[in-house]
Design a protein around this ligand. Sequence first.
Ligand SMILES: [Fe+2]
Ligand SMILES: [Fe+2]
Length: 143
Amino acid sequence: MNIKGTQTEKNLIQSYEGELTGDALYKIFAEKARKEGYEDIALSFEKLGREEVVHSEVFKKFIGEIEIEIDIENLRAISSKTILNLRLASAGEYQAYKEIYPKFAKEAEEEGFLEVARIYRSLGSVELRHSKILKGLAEQIEN
Ligand SMILES: [Fe+2]
Ligand SMILES: [Fe+2]
């Protein structure tokens, strides 16, 4: 079945871009954490970022080579203190798990792309794990 021009294709492109943006954002958050003396948190952000790159590769398989532009300046503007970065990142991961990827899974199913739907469901649970890791790190700093 051809994915060209479908809602699923749009969702895959958005997800691909989102995962790579996540990696770029986590690199910025890692830099900030390192400056604040949280080396372990910096390493966690970098590790999660690498997992987002893996996710982007999964999506890319369906859409092929595409050009995307990540606005690094905009991401730098989002970056705040590490505690707030952790909270923001955790909320974003949770939203991917709870809202975005289930919606994309459902739309893929409706269009008959069952493999894509399965991937959205399985990556959704990975994003939930990410959310919990980030929340745990935030709680460590607070206590
Ligand atoms: Fe991801
Ligand atoms: Fe994630």
